[in-house]
Design a protein around this ligand. Structure first.
Ligand code: BDR
Ligand code: CA
Length: 307
C-alpha cells in the first residue's frame, strides 16, 4: 500500500486527481489533503476539497487549509479556466463536515515526521505550502518518501509562453522546493498536455452514475469549453498516476532552476538535461503512455462509481 499526502487547489483537474486517488484505495492510502490558494482563493479550494472528500467517499481523511497567497508575489488565479467556484459546471452537495484545525504546513511537517520514509507528498497546486514546510523543518526532505509535483515544463508555458501556472503562481516557493535537496519527480506540461479528455474518454465517463453525471462529465465539459488547444488535459491526475505506476512515464534526470526575476520568463523552469557531474535535483517526465494512463484512470473511476 502506498501512502500519499495531497497538497492541492481544486480546481477541476485537482478534483479528477482526487477521484483517481479515491478509486485506487486498494493500493493507495490518502493520509491527508492540504489546500492552497491557487486556481481560486483558499476558502474555495478548501470548500471544494471538503465537498470532494464526501462526494468521493474519502472517509475521515483530514482536510487542512494552508497558504492563501504566494510568498512574495501578487496573487494569480485561474478562474478563466476553472470557473468562479473552481469546479467549472460541477455542483457538488455542500459538505457536512468542516476542515481540520491547524495549518497545512504544520500538518505536512508533522505527518511526514511521524512516518519517515513512508509518505509521498503529491503537490498539484502552487508550491507555497511545500516551500514553507521545507523552511519550517528542512528534514521534511529526508522524511518524505518522495515529492511528486504537477508543475513547470522544459518546453513551454500555459499561463504565458514561458511559465506553467503552478510555478508562475509562486515562483519563489518553487525555487525553494527545487533547491531543497530532494529529487523532485516533475510531471510538467510536456507530458500532462497529452492527458486529454477526448470525446471517447468522455463517453466512458458518462455511464459512471453520480460520479460521471455530477462531477466528471460537467467538470470535463466546462474545461473543454475554455481549453484552446488539443482539448482539456487533466494535468494533476498525472501526478497521482505517477505514484500508482511510474512506468507510465519516461523520466530523465535534470538540473531544474526556477526563474524568479525575468521580465518575460518569471516562473519558467529552466531545465538542463546535461547534468554532467552535478547532482540532478529533478527527475523530469518526458513522455506518457496515454492509452495505459486512461486505462488506469478510467479503471479507478469505474471502481469508485461501482461502490
Ligand atoms: C495546473 O494549473 C492549474 O490550473 C491546474 O489545476 C494544474 O494544477 C496546470 O498548469
Ligand atoms: Ca491544480
Amino acid at each position: 500500500m502506498k501512502r500519499i499526502l495531497i497538497d492541492c487547489d481544486p480546481g477541476i483537474d485537482d478534483a479528477l486527481a482526487l477521484a483517481l486517488a479515491a478509486g485506487s484505495r486498494d493500493t493507495l492510502d490518502v493520509v491527508g489533503v492540504t489546500t492552497v490558494g491557487g486556481n481560486v482563493d483558499l476558502p474555495l479550494t478548501t470548500a471544494n476539497a471538503l465537498a470532494l472528500r464526501e462526494f468521493l467517499d474519502l472517509g475521515d481523511v483530514p482536510v487542512t487549509p494552508g497558504s492563501a497567497g504566494a510568498l512574495l508575489r501578487h496573487t494569480v488565479r485561474a478562474t478563466a479556466v476553472h470557473g468562479v467556484t473552481g469546479l467549472g459546471n460541477a455542483v457538488l452537495p455542500a459538505p457536512r463536515r468542516g476542515p481540520s484545525e491547524g495549518h497545512a504546513v504544520d500538518f505536512i511537517v508533522d505527518t511526514l515526521r511521524a512516518a519517515p520514509g513512508e509518505i509521498t507528498l503529491v503537490a498539484v497546486g502552487p508550491l507555497t505550502n511545500v516551500a514553507l514546510a521545507v523552511r519550517r523543518d528542512p528534514r521534511v526532505v529526508e522524511w518524505a518518501r518522495d515529492l511528486v509535483i504537477m508543475g513547470g515544463s522544459y518546453s513551454r508555458g500555459n499561463h504565458n509562453p514561458a511559465a506553467e501556472f503552478n510555478i508562475l503562481a509562486d515562483p519563489e516557493a518553487a525555487a525553494i522546493v527545487f533547491d531543497a535537496g530532494w529529487t523532485v519527480k516533475q510531471l510538467g506540461l510536456d507530458v500532462t498536455l497529452s492527458a486529454v479528455v477526448t470525446s471517447d474518454v468522455l463517453d466512458r465517463m458518462r455511464p459512471l452514475g453520480r460520479l460521471g453525471a455530477e462531477l466528471l462529465v460537467p467538470a470535463a465539459q466546462s474545461y473543454m469549453a475554455v481549453t484552446a488547444e488539443g482539448g482539456p488535459a487533466i494535468h494533476d491526475a498525472c501526478a497521482v498516476a505517477y505514484v500508482l505506476d511510474p512506468s507510465l512515464f519516461t523520466c530523465v534526470p535534470a538540473v531544474v532552476n526556477v526563474e524568479t526575476n525575468g521580465t518575460y520568463t518569471r516562473g519558467m523552469t529552466v531545465t538542463d538535461f546535461e547534468v554532467g557531474d552535478r547532482q540532478a535535483n529533478a527527475l523530469v517526465a518526458t513522455s506518457l503512455d496515454v492509452k495505459r494512463f486512461w486505462d488506469l484512470v478510467l479503471g479507478a473511476y469505474e471502481r469508485l462509481a461501482a461502490r
